[in-house]
Design a protein around this ligand. Sequence first.
Ligand code: CP
Ligand code: NVA
Length: 304
Amino acid sequence: MASPRHFLTLNDFSAGELQALIDRAIEMKTEHRAGTARPLFPGKVMAMIFEKSSTRTRVSFEAGMAQLGGHAMFLSPNDTQLGRGEPVEDSARVISSMVDIVMIRTFGHDIIERFAAASSVPVINALTDDYHPCQLLADMQTYQEHRGSIAGRTVAWVGDGNNMAQSYINAAGQFDFQLRVACPAGYEPASALLDAYADRVQLVEDPREAVAGADLVVTDVWASMGQEEEQKTRERAFAGYQVNAALMAHAAADALYMHCLPAHRGEEISAELMDASDTVIWDEAENRLHAQKALIEALLNAAA
Ligand code: CP
Ligand code: NVA
């Protein structure tokens, strides 16, 4: 059997395929709201493996599969053999023999790579320590809906050089924008990634320098899942990296700001921006549903 198509990073799809996914997500959103969407995948089953917490990712994949006419099952390490040391490859072989598509949220990116290599069905990265590509689909959809194509625009990442920042680096290449990353020393994205995208990505320390004239400003929590014990150290390191109205004053006049959520008001983003009536952050969260339905459709059709 040919190996299935996976979505472990944005680079698993071509730029053209990613743009088609965004366009399709917008179409599916319209159909969903109009009540004209059809259940395209009756009987298809998704296994959702969560080794970290989630609200948006779980709800969007589970609701998405139901809306497509299929079913999603939640699997956690607490009540499966995954948490008792069954090898990743054995789990992948068995689970993929019974379902049509798998979604995994885990720690090391190598875990999802190993799972995918042993899986007979498509595997979607629902967040690893290194990447969160599904969130980028929602973010790119949201930008396009509000401002049109992001190609040729400037995006500022302010904060930790984490899984979201690294997915924005991939997105800079795939969606053809310039990215300025403002991080405190010691919290930069992986140097190999920065080197590979040197023509697209500029690393600076001063958030104002990153945001100057930017069309989109993005941030995320200072301590990601798995880094909870570093919270206090990180609060000190990231002081001065809050996205707030004063920082946004340096961006383009019609600049958007985004946050994948969950957010900590008063830390990486001000309460004022979170609670602004014109923020697109809630659209960004909702678009996880539509973008991932487009992704599931593409992967299931490729596997058919
Ligand atoms: N943005 C995001 O992935 O949220 P959850 O952790 O709630 O899934
Ligand atoms: N960087 C965050 C994203 C949460 C959606 C984390 O990994 O916890």
